[in-house]
Design a protein. Structure first.
Length: 132
């Protein structure tokens, strides 16, 4: 569902979310459904609900999964950005970057840096030291 929502295929994502048995899902699948729901809500202009759904997903990530927390925070940043709250999006991305860098997840750091750059919020230090 999340991949469909990220491709702006919101009707298909919504159908897949509706078919999911959230009570019987692994926590990662549940997070992805929440993130997909957040994207669908944002696409329909329900920004407060989108942010709340993405925030709930971030809050549900167990402490032993910092890379998953960082990737889930990307969805929260997307919700903030869709709502026009770019400073909160940038702050969320910086927090996600710190988690990803702490796990030396170079691919995720690169993705976050691209998003920060698009927001005009990437510092020169991060450009020179991708995982520092």
């Amino acid at each position: 569902a999340l991949l469909l929502a990220q491709q702006d295929r919101f009707d298909e994502a919504t159908a897949m979310i509706a078919e999911a048995d959230v009570d019987d899902q692994h926590w990662i699948r549940a997070l992805r459904c929440q993130a997909a729901r957040s994207r669908v809500l944002a696409a329909h202009g329900d920004h407060d609900a989108s942010i709340a759904e993405a925030r709930a997903a971030v809050d549900a990530v167990p402490p032993h999964a910092p890379s998953r927390a960082a990737s889930t925070m990307l969805e929260l940043a997307h919700a903030y950005e869709a709502a026009g709250r770019t400073s909160e999006a940038a702050s969320t991305l910086r927090d996600a970057r710190a988690l990803a860098a702490g796990k030396q997840n170079v691919a995720l750091v690169g993705l976050i840096d691209e998003r920060l750059h698009a927001l005009g919020a990437l510092s020169g230090a991060h450009q020179r030291h991708p995982v520092a």
